[in-house]
Design a protein around this ligand. Structure first.
Ligand code: ATP
Ligand code: MG
Length: 557
């Protein structure tokens, strides 16, 4: 193992190898650093991108440098302004600021062209007439060197003339390419005379029909970094083998900057998919409600679900940075979300699957307003009044006709505490013709009112409830993993979870009546919820469950 490899592995556990490179460079030949986040506008950002955003903006901030937002928009056929707009919104929402440094690779098209002409003049690039299939044959394999293209030795004049005519649109798509003249016998296939320009008669969302030749990623990207004076070009592992080509382009660009490419492992998450291509397929097949469906791992989906930027940044911090590709358990993300929300989110009562509870000895028409704390973790959040009436709703799950062992909730003859109110004892219940319990009857003990100092006896269960007369009807969307492993598919492709959403017609306490889209609550015992920003109307409150309260994740300390 090379010394470099050993160091990377050592430091990967603490996510520190990038820092050590930067510190080394700052100690030697750099006075400052510049990084960039370079999305291709061909889809919405996902949480994997958030990792890259936090890393690039975070490093710049830590070392007193700058981070650019740059659209890598060199592939006109897949890109769109809708994506540009969404990416700008998402990076901002995550809490990062590129100031006035919003760049588009397409604005460098003239520079790329000039550099390509310079390479031709220096005998370092040539126009090739091989088609894609022939090119594959000539390229060789990992174990077999490639063969020189028959067009490799064209004169500089002929190359200049053909390249200019490519630019003018004289040739159809795919008939000619511009290739760097490097080494067809290189053990690294990326160095075997890579294509640096291709013909594509497609309009571009920024440059319109000005260009019909477009630079390849491996040519454009190092130039973008060099033009912007990026010092550390941080990318994902699949570009490791492209690094010699990156360096070759930088070296031969004639530009002064010398960016250093550093690779790190992509973020993968369990029970979801993370590539834009797969996410786009879900959107296009209408399997989800758009890119911002709350089940999606997109930034816009997480935002609509109610996840905060703080939770995402905390998550990206905790997963760290390494060279080893692995999947992070999505329960870690859930843990970060709860951790962020628990102290700052008001706790209210909502009944997701309602069952009527009638307190037979409570006066009809009486209303008592119970004082209930808004967040037991944060006293300063105060108390609110919650109306208590003779008829309430409790959760269906909180009653069992024949209780199993350790069931401490309601059952015939059993007593429980109603949160912030009274103790009630179940006396009876009503079933419909299908044997389903539709109503539970109980009596309350007026001595046991919460806050009265009653200490007569203890009960094990505390149930949440809402007043049947005064509660507000709402919809609650409960989510489960979007994707599941498909045991029948050896390729590892996942399938959509058929139970990824459950829609409940629920009741929420009246204090929530005027909640606005985007407001967050903890529904006592039911999890964290956010008012949906898309489907909520004045008369129809829709809540998305951000995360349940229970965690399968155990933090290390
Ligand atoms: P996808 O495969 O999801 O389409 P991409 O790499 O093609 O992603 P880009 O728009 O090119 O998407 O990515 C912008 C930046 O975000 C790149 O620097 C890329 O390396 C980084 N990035 C993309 N996906 C991840 C991920 N899962 N984890 C970490 N960084 C990522
Ligand atoms: Mg890409």
């Amino acid at each position: 193992m090379s010394e470099e490899k050993i160091r990377e592995n050592d430091l990967s556990t603490t996510g520190n190898f990038i820092h050590s490179y930067i510190q080394e460079d700052l100690g030697e030949n750099l006075s400052h650093i510049n990084t960039r986040f370079p999305p291709e506008p061909n889809g919405y950002l996902h949480i994997g991108h958030a990792k890259s955003i936090c890393l690039n903006f975070g490093l710049a901030k830590l070392y007193g440098g700058k981070c650019n937002l740059r659209f890598d928009d060199t592939n006109p056929t897949k890109e769109d302004v809708e994506y540009v707009d969404s990416i700008i919104e998402d990076v901002k929402w995550l809490g990062f600021d590129w100031e006035d440094r919003l760049y588009f690779a397409s604005s460098y098209f003239d520079t790329y062209y000039d550099i390509a002409v310079k390479l031709i003049k220096e005998g370092k690039a040539f126009v090739c007439d091989l088609n894609a299939e022939e090119m594959r044959e000539y390229r060789g394999t990992l174990s077999k060197p490639g063969k020189n293209s028959p067009y490799r030795d064209r004169s500089v004049e002929e190359n200049l003339d053909l390249f200019e005519r490519m630019k003018k649109g004289e040739f159809p798509d795919g008939t000619r390419t511009l290739r760097a003249k490097i080494d067809m016998a290189s053990p690294n296939i990326n160095m075997r005379d890579p294509v640096i320009y291709r013909i594509s008669h497609s309009p571009h969302h920024k440059t319109g029909s000005k260009w019909c030749i477009y630079p390849m990623y491996d040519f454009a990207h190092p130039l973008e970094d060099t033009i912007e004076g990026i010092t550390h070009s941080i990318c994902t592992m699949e570009f490791e083998d492209h690094r010699p080509l990156y360096d070759w382009v930088v070296e031969n660009s004639g530009l002064p900057a010398r960016p250093r490419q550093i690779e790190f492992a992509r973020l993968g998450l369990t029970n979801t998919v993370m590539s834009k291509r797969k996410l786009r397929a879900l959107v296009e097949e209408s399997l989800v409600d758009g890119w911002d469906d709350p089940r999606m791992p997109t930034i816009s989906g997480l935002r609509r679900r109610g996840v905060t930027p703080e939770a995402i940044r905390d998550f990206c911090e905790r997963i760290g940075v390494s060279k080893a590709n692995s999947k992070v358990d999505s329960s870690l993300l859930d843990h970060c979300i709860r951790d962020d929300l628990k102290a700052k989110t008001p706790v209210v009562m909502a009944v997701l699957k309602p069952l009527k509870l009638v307190i037979t000895n409570y006066p009809e028409g009486q209303i008592e307003f119970m004082d209930i704390e808004n967040n037991p973790e944060t006293e300063e959040m105060g108390v609110r009044k919650v109306p208590f009436t003779r008829e309430l709703y409790i959760e269906q799950d909180d009653f069992m006709e024949e209780p199993v062992k350790k069931f401490f909730r309601l059952a015939p003859g059993k007593e429980v505490r109603l949160k912030g109110a009274y103790y009630v004892t179940c006396t009876d219940f009503v079933k419909d013709e299908n044997g389903v319990v539709t109503e539970v009857h109980c009596t309350y003990d007026p001595e046991t009112r919460s806050g009265s100092g009653f200490e007569g006896r203890k009960v094990k269960g505390t149930l949440h409830w809402v007043s049947a007369d005064m509660a507000v009807k709402a919809v609650a969307n409960l989510y489960d993993s979007m994707m599941l492993d498909n045991p029948d598919d050896p390729s590892g492709e996942m399938i959509m979870n058929p139970n990824s959403i459950e829609v409940c017609q629920c009741f929420v306490e009246p204090s929530v009546k005027d909640a606005k889209p985007g407001d967050r609550f903890q529904f006592m015992r039911n999890g964290y919820f956010c008012v949906d920003t898309k489907n909520t109307t004045k008369d129809n409150l829709v809540f998305n469950r951000i995360v349940s309260l229970k965690s399968s994740f155990k933090p290390k300390n």
